[in-house]
Design a protein around this ligand. Structure first.
Ligand code: FUB
Ligand code: ZN
Length: 643
């Protein structure tokens, strides 16, 4: 099948560039304590876990490989095949903190890993601790199952981040040599393998590398991997036969598992493994941006719409099924068995954010905000050192946060998301500044050649009042685009105290004028408590609603209720009040109201009877979903039964 070509008559893609996260400081408000906790607790403790769990030992290239820390699974993969990815992501997350908060101890730990990687790297540039130490003869023989490029991709992202934070080139040079080796090995040129890794990741990492090196070969390789994906006959069939295996014996049965069942531009439904899908789509958005590729942009649009229209949990979680760590049928959104991996929610943040740089539309940044305040943030505990891999929307108390995981891909992913958070708040281009997210911070942005100092003063997401002050050396004419959140039905805007009529384009209020130092914009977003109902095809949620206030989705926990929240019946109309509780897990808004509880007191040993249970009135309290499972064990529900 021919590779889809860029349309000649395409509309040029209008691009925004994200803020430099090191120039966005969370000086107070909601994100201050989260970013500090991740920097001061999460990053150091993750290194401790990597060490004490035996992960770092895989880098002792001079020693014979010891017993496996993680056994081989039926797919042929051990988690240990991709331990390199965990160092890569940890280095990336840690690096994002270093510029503004130099930390010689963390830097020394990164340097020690880099030294070992450099020492172990093969003379042709190949770098993967598993294959170098255990099965050198098998390298590049199973791209379908064994994650070689996935691991290298994460090391590459780590190397780029570390170089940008410290200016040290050593790790970057190691990884450029590894990429040179991949360029020599893969591609359409005669003598090369026409392969691509089944776990996407290297594609977006290569775009990051290209943005640093400006070496067109790096962009070309990323483009090749994305264009080659799903071409038939399948590389994975051919590769399996070369290994002497019958391709029909593939454990996951379909290459849809890896979004490799058809060329990416022909895909219309989001399928397969959720993290893989989001990494692929992030790379596609990157390449649409870099290559001005309208056909890739259209594919991303279709897939994004399919995801948010039919396959996304209300929390921004995605991928309901454990069996493929991913998608099943549309509208299949079970709550108690939701897989909704933290990595997938974080990666949807990556994808949404990238889409917003190509086309400024709040449908993208609304989802970025949803994952940020809900389905991704739920993946880390308030103390910063316990995690969820699966982010269920309902529990009977069996789901507890863990200190480390059998497959610890999620902790470093949520860490890198939060340590680079500033980039998601703002974007700029020529004479425009876009504000995507709200939360107290102080930022320095470049608008053309002008330095703009922006300061948000707000209690968001607990309160919908946002003050934005502008600092400029001299007056400057530019357009400010301010996201009006999709959840908000009544928004107001004021410039220097005067109400202005909202001119909204694709969900962003547009204010074009000459701005001067000291100008103040104030936004007011009405934040009532909303009851959200799901599409009837999402049958698990029939007869239930979820509570949302602003960007935050709430849940009811047994810790507040004293019984299982599944027993509650809530009215579709009764008043639900929002109160700020300073004592709750560092401070959070909670919702309180009247409910009915199915009374079990007259049932004794009866399991079934012809009379329904009596309903007794009581109060209930709901807390932000991202804070659940930070107190004593117990049941939880996001979707509550309607009376
Ligand atoms: O396979 C590598 C990572 O581990 C995936 O992205 C996660 O889903 C977990 O399986
Ligand atoms: Zn994960």
């Amino acid at each position: 099948m021919p590779i889809a070509q860029k349309s000649q008559s395409r509309t040029p893609i209008d691009r925004y560039v994200p803020a430099d996260h090191t120039r966005v400081a969370f000086t107070g408000g909601f994100w201050k304590s989260w970013t500090e906790t991740v920097r001061d607790v999460t990053i150091p403790t993750q290194h401790m876990r990597l060490d004490e769990e035996g992960f770092l030992e895989v880098l002792d290239f001079d020693k014979p490989a010891g017993p496996l820390v993680r056994p081989i699974q039926p797919s042929g993969l051990s988690m240990q095949h991709f331990f390199d990815s965990d160092f890569g992501k940890w280095i990336e997350a840690a690096s994002y903190t270093l510029k503004n908060n130099p930390n010689p101890d963390i830097e020394a730990k990164i340097d020690a890993i880099v030294e070992k990687l450099e020492h172990g790297q093969m003379s042709d540039g190949y770098l993967n601790s598993w294959f170098i130490r255990r099965e050198p003869e098998k390298r590049w023989t199973n791209l379908r199952d064994l994650h070689e490029m996935y691991s290298m991709g994460h090391l590459l992202e780590g190397a780029v981040a570390y170089f940008e934070a410290t200016g040290k080139r050593r790790f970057l040079d190691v990884m450029i040599r590894a990429v040179d080796h991949i360029i020599d090995t893969f591609g359409r040129e005669p003598g090369k393998l026409r392969g691509y890794d089944a776990h996407e990741e290297i594609e977006l990492a290569l775009v990051k590398l290209y943005r640093v090196t400006k070496d067109p070969r790096h962009l070309k390789l990323a483009t090749y991997f994305v264009d080659e994906r799903g071409q038939m006959p399948s590389y994975y069939d051919e590769e399996a036969r070369k290994r002497g295996e019958d391709p029909a014996g593939y454990v996951f049965q379909t290459y849809a598992y890896s979004q490799a069942h058809m060329p990416v531009r022909e895909q219309t439904q989001v399928v397969g493994h959720a993290v893989r899908a989001m990494y692929l789509f992030s790379a596609m958005a990157d390449l649409a941006f870099e290559n001005d590729d309208e056909s890739l942009k259209s594919a991303c649009d279709r897939l994004f719409d399919n995801l948010i229209g039919r396959q996304l949990y209300v929390t921004g979680g995605l991928g309901p099924s454990a069996s493929n760590e991913g998608f099943t049928r549309e509208y299949d959104l079970p709550n108690e068995t939701a897989y909704a991996e933290t990595c997938a929610a974080v990666a949807l943040g990556f994808f949404s954010h990238r889409m917003a740089q190509i086309e400024l539309d709040s449908k993208f940044t609304d989802k970025l905000e949803t994952v940020l305040y809900n389905g991704a943030l739920s993946g880390i505990s308030r103390d910063g050192e316990h995690y969820f891999y699966e982010n269920v929307l309902e529990s009977h108390g069996q789901n507890r946060r863990w200190k480390w995981h059998y497959c610890p891909c999620c902790p470093t992913n949520i860490a890198r998301f939060i340590t680079s958070l500033g980039q998601y708040f703002y974007s700029t281009k020529a004479d425009e500044v876009a504000i995507h997210l709200y939360g107290e911070n102080a930022a320095e942005l470049s608008v053309g050649n002008t330095l703009l100092r922006l300061k948000q003063t707000t209690e968001y997401p607990w309160n919908g009042d946002v003050g934005i002050s502008l600092g400029l050396e001299q007056p400057k004419h530019f357009t400010l685009r301010l996201r009006i959140p999709g959840w908000c039905r009544d928004a107001g805007a004021f410039v220097n105290g005067e109400a202005i009529k909202l001119d909204v384009a694709k969900g962003y209020a547009v204010i074009e004028r000459e701005w001067k130092d000291g100008d103040e914009v104030r936004l007011t977003f009405d934040m009532p408590v909303d009851r959200l109902y799901a599409h009837p095809a999402a049958t698990e949620d029939n007869g239930r609603f979820a509570l949302r206030r602003g960007p935050v989705i709430f849940c009811v926990e047994e810790a507040d209720l004293g019984t299982e929240p599944q027993r509650l019946r809530l009215s579709s109309e009764g008043e639900i009040i929002a109160n700020y509780d300073a004592a709750l897990l560092g401070g959070a808004t909670v919702l309180e109201g009247d409910a009915l509880e199915a009374d079990a007191s007259d049932w004794q040993e009866t399991l079934y009877r012809t009379e329904p249970p009596a309903l007794k009135p009581r109060r209930f309290r709901a807390i932000p979903y991202h804070l659940w499972a930070n107190r004593e064990p117990g049941a939880m529900a996001v979707w509550l039964h309607e009376k």
